[in-house]
Design a protein around this ligand. Structure first.
Ligand SMILES: *[C@@H]1O[C@H](CO)[C@@H](O)[C@H](O)[C@H]1NC(C)=O
Length: 232
């Protein structure tokens, strides 16, 4: 078995899709995201497991790459170890010119915030450091067993929406400069994925439910000059 990361490029001159970069990996990826940060394209590959390891195969680094346009390659700029990494996304605060990425774990052994409770899993948040020109540890959010996540921006406020297997949707608001604060919790059972739909009257958060099979749709509201409330 061989796992390969391929980077495809839409060549507008040739009017076709070409493979510009390919790399063999021993990891099995669960998610990826791409974002323009400080003029550079970053590729985040969330790795769930190492296919060559039998001992602790789920404790693996996720990888961050930066695109080097001169050589048409992604260069590895950082590795971030997590347990059972299920998802990760970039999040941009336009208002404050800040960039973050998150890394969700479904099981974790040693997050300092929750040493006492091994069942607790966390979201690791990294922030772009302009001097280091890389992402560094920022904070650890106490939401457990996150299987999917997304971000949305309403009236310049960034929200991080975390879907937990334990029956809840957690909405964090980014309060500059302290960090992400839990803003709302909505109970949703047996959910496994979510997507943000930006259409007039929205944005809407569409959550897929395993049993009974179906979806739940939530709407993000603006209430006066108060920020926002996410309601059923
Ligand atoms: C994958 O793992 C094998 C065995 O541990 C190692 O020899 C090889 O160099 C690894 N490949 C990559 C791309 O890291």
């Amino acid at each position: 078995e061989r796992n390969i990361i391929h980077t495809l490029l839409v060549d507008l001159a040739l009017q076709r899709v070409v493979i510009v970069w390919a790399k063999e990996t021993n990891y099995s990826a669960s998610k990826l995201d791409l974002n323009l940060v400080n003029g550079n394209w970053f590729l985040l590959i969330i790795n769930k497991m190492n296919i060559r390891k039998s001992f602790e195969p789920y404790t693996v680094p996720s990888q961050l790459y930066m695109w080097e346009s001169a050589v048409k390659k992604f260069r590895l700029t950082g590795e971030y170890v997590a347990d059972h990494a299920s998802s990760g996304i970039f999040l941009k605060s336009q208002l404050h010119g800040e960039d973050f990425f998150t890394l969700a774990q479904v099981e974790t052994k040693d997050c300092p915030l929750h040493e006492a409770n091994r069942k607790f899993t966390n979201i690791l948040v990294f922030k772009y450091d302009k001097d280091m020109e890389n992402f560094v540890e920022f904070e650890c959010l106490p939401t457990c067993s996150v299987v999917d996540q997304a971000s949305l921006t309403i009236d310049h406020t960034n929200y991080l929406v975390l879907l937990s297997e334990l029956g809840a949707l957690h909405v964090y608001a980014y309060l500059h400069p302290e960090g992400f604060k839990l803003f709302q919790e909505i109970k949703i059972k047996a959910a496994y994925s979510l997507v943000i739909v930006e259409i007039p009257g929205g944005p809407f958060i569409v959550v897929s439910i395993r049993s009974p099979p179906g979806i739940v749709v939530l709407r993000a509201h603006v209430q006066g000059i108060q920020p926002f409330r996410l309601l059923d």
